[in-house]
Design a protein around this ligand. Structure first.
Ligand SMILES: Nc1ncnc2c1ncn2[C@@H]1O[C@H](COP(=O)(O)OP(=O)(O)OP(=O)(O)O)[C@@H](O)[C@H]1O
Ligand SMILES: [Mg+2]
Length: 489
């Protein structure tokens, strides 16, 4: 092995029953180097990280860390040797404060009695400041916005002083400016001489940050080189990047209904003292595609939860002219108002097929079969995974399943809350085509909540900007750039 290499992986393989998630993968990373790992959903990126971290046991292969084979060691031993993993999904201790969460990470299990040690406290505070959690140290994770939960994961990893940091989808769900901040933090790792393995579907941000890129497909390496070389590779373009998303908006005057199907009038929601939505008014016509764009914490999910009857609100929400306030969430869903939540809410111990069947349980058998068939054509990977338990699906596969399950419910108005989270570019293209097909062939209305404007604008006839709990702008997507982009970005 070469002495300038910190991590040297050879022939890494992982089988789950008949599925080979990672096949004969070899790569290396030097100290002070960031290697980007890209590939479509389900290509084995997270699995590769888990194998290095010892969360999963490799079926075959060696993993040399500074010359020592760590393949097959349990994760606490791997951590002690200097490897840290920042998970794709946040897993904080919910009853402990942010500061306490960082302290737990700072101390090996046997030393937890040092919890009150002022030195430990000082270190934990310094880490919190470094990752931008200085203002929320005393809060508990469930009250934190999404980006802060990601910061906490990063803080926990830093606390252990890893020489090799594995970061899984740090940018997913973050806004452009949060993404820049996170990139800076990761750049900091490089400057400290740590080695970094980075997975993310934000191709631009990955390209700007990494020294080299490795592309995977179906568990195998398909390309490796500079970001520019790999992104130009024809196979990578075909299986991962896909084509450009283009669509046309229809003017509001083209919707013939006199009364919009959905009318949200002067709706306000507060959680205790925090006002999450303030006098918001929006409407959606039958067949119209409306996007609500806003940064994390602007109030999008609250707006959608109010419509779905999941949170109490002041003001009025009408569906086909009738007030919804008295109806239960289940009754609202039965009227055809279906929300696909940001949190996915899948039944983890049920298979893909069972989750879909639950969505369509009220449909007559023939129609259910036809819809299922249509959805499996829309998302072929779900067909291949149909017997798999949904909690073992890759991040992007879970997102596809959540969207497919919502469509199984035959919505008349489909509410999609951050559907692009964790999806590979090529799948965004698939989703885009699916939405276009719905727009062209059915009377369905879509309400799309996104902070990703690049996806939200092409799929909208009309756009609202939600900013600090208020509707700040409304107009056709064509005017967004000139009138709203400055406030928004
Ligand atoms: N415990 C498991 N049992 C069965 N299959 C699994 C298990 N864990 C992962 N898989 C499968 O292995 C494949 C690779 O999954 P992995 O999570 O590594 O993908 P990924 O590249 O990280 O994708 P994404 O970009 O969507 O997060 C997926 O198809 C997934 O369904
Ligand atoms: Mg993953």
């Amino acid at each position: 092995m070469r002495s300038d290499v910190m991590l040297d992986v050879t022939g890494l393989t992982k089988r789950f029953g008949g599925l080979v998630a990672v096949r004969d993968l070899s790569f290396s990373i030097r100290p002070g180097e960031i290697l980007g790992l890209i590939g479509p959903n389900g290509s084995g990126k997270s699995t590769a990280m888990k194998l290095i971290m010892g969360v999963e046991r490799p079926t075959a292969g060696t993993i040399l860390l500074d010359g020592e084979n760590i393949a097959g060691l349990p994760s606490h031993k791997v951590a002690r040797k200097g490897v840290g993993l920042v998970f794709q999904h946040s897993r904080p201790l919910h009853r402990q404060t942010v500061l306490e969460n960082i302290k737990v990470a700072l101390l090996p299990d046997s030393l937890l009695r040092l919890f009150a040690d002022p030195h430990v406290d000082g270190q934990a505070r310094a880490i919190a400041e470094r990752v931008g959690l200085g203002k929320v140290m005393e809060r508990k994770p469930p009250t934190l916005p999404f980006a802060d939960l990601r910061r906490l994961e990063l803080a926990k990893a830093i606390a252990r002083h890893p020489k090799l940091v594995l970061v899984d989808e740090p940018f997913a769900g973050l806004t452009a400016s949060e993404t820049r901040e996170f990139s800076e933090l990761i750049r900091g790792f490089r400057e400290e001489g740590r080695a970094v393995l980075l997975v993310d579907h934000n191709v631009k941000s990955v390209s700007a940050l990494v020294d080299r890129v490795l592309a995977m497909y179906l568990g195998e390496r398909i390309a490796e080189g500079s970001a520019a070389q790999v992104m130009a590779d024809p196979t990578v373009r075909k299986v991962y990047l896909g084509g450009a998303i283009t669509t046309v908006a229809r003017p509001e005057s083209s919707f013939k209904d006199v009364t919009p199907v959905l009318q949200v009038d002067n709706v306000s929601v507060s959680y205790g003292k925090a006002q999450a939505l303030q006098g918001a008014s929006i409407h959606v016509h039958e067949g119209e595609f409306v996007s609500v764009v806003g940064l994390n914490g602007a109030g999008k999910t609250t707006l959608f939860n109010a419509i779905s009857g999941l949170v109490p609100y002041a003001g009025e929400i009408r569906w086909e002219g009738k007030p919804l306030k008295a109806l239960s969430p289940a009754a609202i869903a039965r009227t055809g108002l279906v929300q696909c939540p940001e949190t996915r809410e899948l039944f983890g111990d049920m298979s893909v097929r069972e989750n879909l069947d639950l969505g369509g349980h009220f449909l007559p058998p023939k129609e259910r079969e036809e819809r299922l068939e249509w959805l499996l054509e829309l998302f072929p990977i779900l067909r291949a995974r149909r017997a798999q338990m949904s909690r073992t699906l890759s991040g992007g596969e879970q997102q596809m399943l959540a969207i497919a399950r919502a469509l199984m419910m035959k919505p008349r108005l489909l509410i999609l809350d951050e559907p692009t989270l964790g999806l590979a570019p090529v799948i965004l293209e698939t989703l885009s085509k699916a939405l276009e097909k719905l727009r062209a062939t059915t009377p369905i209305s879509v309400l799309l909540g996104e902070q990703n404007v690049t996806f939200a604008l092409p799929h909208a006839d009309r756009v609202y900007v939600l900013d600090h709990a208020r509707i700040a702008w409304e107009g056709p997507p064509g005017r967004f750039e000139a009138e709203a982009a400055a406030t928004y970005l």
